[in-house]
Design a binder for this molecule. Structure first.
Ligand code: SAH
Ligand code: MG
Length: 211
């Protein structure tokens, strides 16, 4: 094992993890290839939630509800979460029920592109974790919905490392996502109304605060 790997193993050994319910759900989701947030990402989310103490969370990309339940367990917030893949809606609802958080979560079935303009907000914490190539299109609505001082966390921004390669080194089928994600990262790091840091954690996590 090289030093970086050993460091990851060491850090993982410090992670005290989640509730038994979430641990089971995590395993189930992994087995079914549902792309839920990684361990390191979970740990950053827990710290951010403890710091921000949000009252209203918006999540773009619910899947089967793993991260939404994690956010419930680590805040007192009400959560609105969006998912456009019909097959995940019923399992997500079942999971919210089993976790005892149904009354704190509104799951909206639909494409975020259509749902976001219908929302009123404001949200003091937004977790963006849907199709990577669409973040840049969601951003205007996300900025409208994010309250001043609110935090925006965007997952999977490093595209498994592709993001730092030249356009030519990226496989053709990934190029559109690559181009849009570069645009997104440039936008959230250069806007006057956001302060952003990009952490090489999990698949890349951008943490932004609205000024
Ligand atoms: N946040 C979840 C994982 C989300 S995976 C967790 O960590 O537990 C990303 C999800 O976003 C997928 O289920 C996918 O169907 C959904 N998604 C992708 N594009 C979307 C869109 N435009 N609108 C709504 N949901 C979308
Ligand atoms: Mg993700």
């Amino acid at each position: 094992m090289d030093r970086i790997e050993r460091m990851h193993t060491f850090l993982a050994s410090m992670d005290t993890g989640n509730s038994d319910f979430l641990n089971r759900l995590e395993e189930e989701a992994r087995d079914a290839y549902v792309p839920i947030i990684r361990r390191e990402t979970q740990s950053v989310l827990r710290v951010m939630l403890a710091s921000v103490k949000p009252k209203n969370i918006l999540e773009v990309g619910c899947a089967v509800g793993f991260s939404a339940i994690l956010m419930c367990e680590n805040s007192d917030a009400h959560i609105t979460t969006i998912e456009n893949y019909e097959k995940r809606i019923e399992p997500a609802r079942e999971n919210f029920k089993a976790a005892g958080v149904s009354d704190r979560v509104d799951l909206i079935f639909g494409d975020a592109q259509d749902v976001l303009p219908e929302l009123d907000g404001p949200y003091d914490f937004i977790f963006m974790d849907a199709a990577k190539g669409q973040y840049i299109h969601f951003l205007p609505e996300v900025m409208r919905l994010l309250s001043p001082g609110g935090m925006l966390i965007s997952d999977n921004v490093l595209q498994e490392g592709d993001i730092l390669e030249s356009h030519y080194a990226v496989e053709r089928r990934n190029r559109t996502i690559y181009k849009r994600m570069r645009e997104y990262l440039h936008e959230i790091t250069h806007r006057d109304d956001l302060v952003t840091t990009i952490l090489p954690i999990g698949d890349g996590l951008a943490v932004s605060v609205k000024k």
